[in-house]
Ligand binder design. Sequence first.
Ligand SMILES: [Zn+2]
Ligand SMILES: [Zn+2]
Length: 258
Amino acid sequence: MNRIVVLGSSSGMPDPERACSSILIEAGDKSYLIDAGEGCASSILRHKIDPFKIKQVFITHTHADHCIGIFMLVQMMHLLENKESIEIYLPEEAVFWFENMFDALYLFKEKLSCKFELKPITHDFLFKDENLSLRAHLNRHLMSNKEFISEENLPNKMESYSFGLDLGGERIFYSSDIADLQDIENLIEEADLLFCESTHINVEELLELVKRKKVKKTILTHIPEELEVREDELIKTAKEMEYENLKFAFDGLRINLS
Ligand SMILES: [Zn+2]
Ligand SMILES: [Zn+2]
């Protein structure tokens, strides 16, 4: 049976009860990590996940709450003397910066017990193995920086992705951070499960969208404090709209798939 474990469900703001964005997919005899926000390594231990099974990590964009945990994850793998190799996929623009950052942290590839490789996610990225297919969909989340990047002549390319997954025939969509619902509205039709961020969207509008698109189950994550306190109210609103399958993520939430 395949399974998803939420390792981090907070928004960009650190939270005493939640790690930053990260979910783990267990399929076959492997695990895959999607996003590696701050605290993901300790969350792996807290929720009794076998870190040795993680073979691929996919990072959606390089905001710290989605990627900064990768350094501690690699450090942990090294200290655990994990001899396996890990592929770390991240937006193409960031591969060079991350290579340098690992060196800056004295996590020299050649000296670590665990081997890791940084690989680019490009606009037509598709990962496929015996358990999982994952397609990247460029979104507009980082586009608000366009003017500043251009004025300052910075190399940033504003690469930010949502992921569409097929896991043993189940269609799962991971929005990660988006600019607004337009970024995902044509990608979630009849999805079995939608993980949607809840910081940059309006939840009532999302409910209308998932109902219209016949999304079977929606889990809100990337939860800001102001939304956390509205959980009961929004679950009630969803029921009134005859959408029974809305759930708020929490760290340690386990979702069994077929
Ligand atoms: Zn974020
Ligand atoms: Zn972000």
